[in-house]
Design a protein around this ligand. Sequence first.
Ligand code: FPP
Length: 253
Amino acid sequence: MSYAAAPAPNGTDRTNAPSHVAIIMDGNGRWAAARGLPRTEGHRRGVEALRRVVRAAGELGVRTLTIFSFSSENWSRPASEIGDLFGLLRRFIRNDLATLHRDGVRVRVIGERDGLAPDICGLLGEAEELTRGNTKMTLVVAFNYGSRQEIANAAQRLAQEVADGKRDPASITPDTIGRYLDAPDIPDPDLIIRTSGEQRLSNFLMWQAAYSELVFVPIHWPDFDGAALEGAIAEYNRRERRFGGLATKTAAS
Ligand code: FPP
């Protein structure tokens, strides 16, 4: 299998792809329940969907793809399910890292490393290190991630600088806070997709989503594919992005 960018699928204009797409991959459990399968099978099929979508995003010309893999709130799930999700991450990195690297995908990770098993931290670090020089696409894996915690961490670091006499409180602007988030060099998402029909952000990229277009897709994540991604991008391209101003251009223009 390859993640390399091939010609864009029929009917899609590569130039119209948003630069940064972020996805809340929701509905694995409901997908499984609807088929009388264990939830873990939904997550396993979710990883297959993830592979398809990384490939399709590259083909469509998306520069950055951020995925919500494990939220800070997911710790409230049964230990067995948490173990399954961690096992899938381990396998995803072990099985797919070489392919991602070969295809020029840079892997970044956002979220808290504290509290994660040392081998998971090692794998996440290895994925970031190996792919550091890649430029075709960036895959940002939000793992043990919660937006409020990310913003609180930024506030703590800034408060410490003030306490140490290194910073004037009046110097703290929205740009400053943006520079203290987990991946300050990554531009804000243009498009955030959530699958499974739920319509909320669930503590995902809340600072960065200030002007993102939100597209809610009724299908469950394991059924999501390149065509569904194209559909969400087409919806994005019909939106008018004003950023608080009066411009009357659609996202595509
Ligand atoms: C939501 O489905 C999905 C998750 C909690 C995690 C997403 C994880 C994957 C797609 C697989 C793991 C991938 C990696 C790279 C670790 P849900 O369980 O909340 O579904 P439900 O709302 O229908 O119960």
